[in-house]
Design a protein around this ligand. Sequence first.
Ligand SMILES: Cc1cc2nc3c(=O)[nH]c(=O)nc-3n(C[C@H](O)[C@H](O)[C@H](O)COP(=O)(O)OP(=O)(O)OC[C@H]3O[C@@H](n4cnc5c(N)ncnc54)[C@H](O)[C@@H]3O)c2cc1C
Length: 296
Amino acid sequence: MNTVYLEKEYDYVKPKTLAEALEILETKKNVKIFAGGTDLIIKLKIGSPIEMDTMLDINGIEELKKVTSDKEGITIGATEKISVLEKNEDIINRFPALYEAFISMASISLRNMATLIGNLCNASPGADTAGPVICYGGSLLIKNHAGERRIKAEDFFAEGGKTVLEPNEIVTSVNIPAPAENTGAAFIKLSRVKADLAKISVSVVLTRENNLVGSCRIAMGSVAGKPLFLKEIGDGLVGKPLTKELIIETAEKISKAIKPRDGGNRTTAAYRIETSKIISRDALEQAWERSGGKLS
Ligand SMILES: Cc1cc2nc3c(=O)[nH]c(=O)nc-3n(C[C@H](O)[C@H](O)[C@H](O)COP(=O)(O)OP(=O)(O)OC[C@H]3O[C@@H](n4cnc5c(N)ncnc54)[C@H](O)[C@@H]3O)c2cc1C
């Protein structure tokens, strides 16, 4: 299927400035942004219902490639490739769950093309980076011709592979705040083979205050119509010591909160419900230990 030609003719534009890109988004109809193309081109080839008259390649816009780190956090531009981000020392050291999501994705050749923001904007319920970005409290900077807005990653996704983006908007960067002291994080994914989409994934970012949970954010991938942020379950752990019993109880709650469906070509709802207990237990344990906590 991947060898088929794109059936429909379209205009291809590659502006050098963000202002030009915003002008194109404002004035032309049916514009689709091309970052790495690893979702967009596949969808066009397999005949997904995409209305596209103009492909807007954003890779010529220098300012969208920037990655900046400081004590407040990290800001990642829209065109930086995942294969570059996975070698970024700041991401490896301060945001290990995001790093783990990166290296779980497909093959190096795909990661040479794919971008973090393309992964988020494609909005697959199984997008590997969505969970870590949500759990670290990340936010997306969105611009259009008239101005800009910032939206938390947890509010960015809508059911069915959609986002809150308007047709004239572009995500220019994602910002992830620096984790507090004694933060631990983990990302675990199950897939048929390594270079594959998730059958299910879990992300956890928690902070430890002495022997108690200070904060905890949990998200699951491939278990609902969008990346699933389980805010209440994470909040329910705050102020408690994270014991093995509490972890098992929490994993059980997670398995009841997810809404997986049968069908698709990767696995069944029953598999996802059963494995959600195991991977969420492992991720909570790992995150707690990485925060410096001891399990009792
Ligand atoms: C063989 C294969 C294996 C894969 N394996 C995985 C995997 O293991 N895990 C996983 O999560 N994904 C996987 N994917 C999916 C895909 O590679 C990722 O989602 C990737 O990160 C998409 O990034 P991109 O830059 O290629 O996006 P594109 O294809 O360029 O864009 C994706 C969508 O986002 C929109 N978009 C892109 N950038 C912006 C922006 N700045 N502002 C607004 N809209 C924007 C595009 O218009 C398009 O609708 C796989 C894909 C393939 C083909």
